[in-house]
Write a protein that binds this ligand. Sequence first.
Ligand SMILES: NC(=O)c1ccc[n+]([C@@H]2O[C@H](COP(=O)([O-])OP(=O)(O)OC[C@H]3O[C@@H](n4cnc5c(N)ncnc54)[C@H](OP(=O)(O)O)[C@@H]3O)[C@@H](O)[C@H]2O)c1
Length: 271
Amino acid sequence: MTILITGGTGLVGSRLLRQFVDAGVDCRALVRPGKEVPAGATRVEGDLLDAATLQQAVEGVSAIVHLAAVFRTQNDDEIWRANLDGTKKLIAAVKAHAPQARFIMASTGLVYDANATHPGLEEDETHPTLAYPASKIAAEKELRESGLNWSILRLGFVYGDGDGHLASVPPIVARFKWHPAKTFSLIHQRDVAGAVELALTGAMDGQVVNICDDAPASLYEMARLVGSPIEASAEPLVDPWMGRMDGSKLRSFGFSPKVPTVYQASREGIL
Ligand SMILES: NC(=O)c1ccc[n+]([C@@H]2O[C@H](COP(=O)([O-])OP(=O)(O)OC[C@H]3O[C@@H](n4cnc5c(N)ncnc54)[C@H](OP(=O)(O)O)[C@@H]3O)[C@@H](O)[C@H]2O)c1
């Protein structure tokens, strides 16, 4: 079984690739010019936006794990281009050259409405306005309607194995003026790999699934865990469910996180 991973140089993809290669999975990685892949993975040079490079990437694979995306920018055009146009081009390449392959796409828990009355459920209607979640919802729709064998994994805030993501919390709070009590559903890098592994068995075929651990944490707590405390606030929190997802559907497939809380990750030294 050969798997194509897109986004293999990113925070999530580089760790996923490492874990899969170490587990003996035959991995192919689509990377842009000048970028490398971990030893043991097959490098295919290309770009989501360059359709001509995608045939070689997808031919002969039994599954695609589509992680490549753009979201750490304020350039909305770039976000839409990569996340929607890029995904459309990848879907077209898979339809043409690997139509039997299982297509697993990473989406985000940020698609759920900020003023929701409960943690996001997969069947909730979503109306994201910001470019990142809106482009992901549009890409989800393309994939759901593609006729391919798809699954969509809506990831919580991914952290762990030295990715530095938790350390980005204080600057993010400052930039977006987020309330320190805002609480996010989280998922450790090792459990992203576990969830993708489960999706590769077919357990999530034709499904949208929230991927999160057992205990959300506030921005305030996350910042303290990485030794960069942020200021507390006495203001009320107006959107308590923003960033929160319900993880029961994933549990119904038999998934149990190896790292159930960020506090356990801290104790184990795997933040
Ligand atoms: N990290 C999280 O907390 C989190 C939470 C929810 C969902 N997700 C989802 O998980 C996925 C991975 O996130 P991440 O944190 O690993 O992102 P990241 O660190 O920003 O990495 C993005 C990856 O996408 C690649 N990429 C971007 N545009 C491309 C293009 N046109 N052609 C080919 N490759 C392209 C980048 O390649 P270059 O190295 O060449 O730039 C990089 O490998 C994304 O789909 C994201 O929406 C992440």
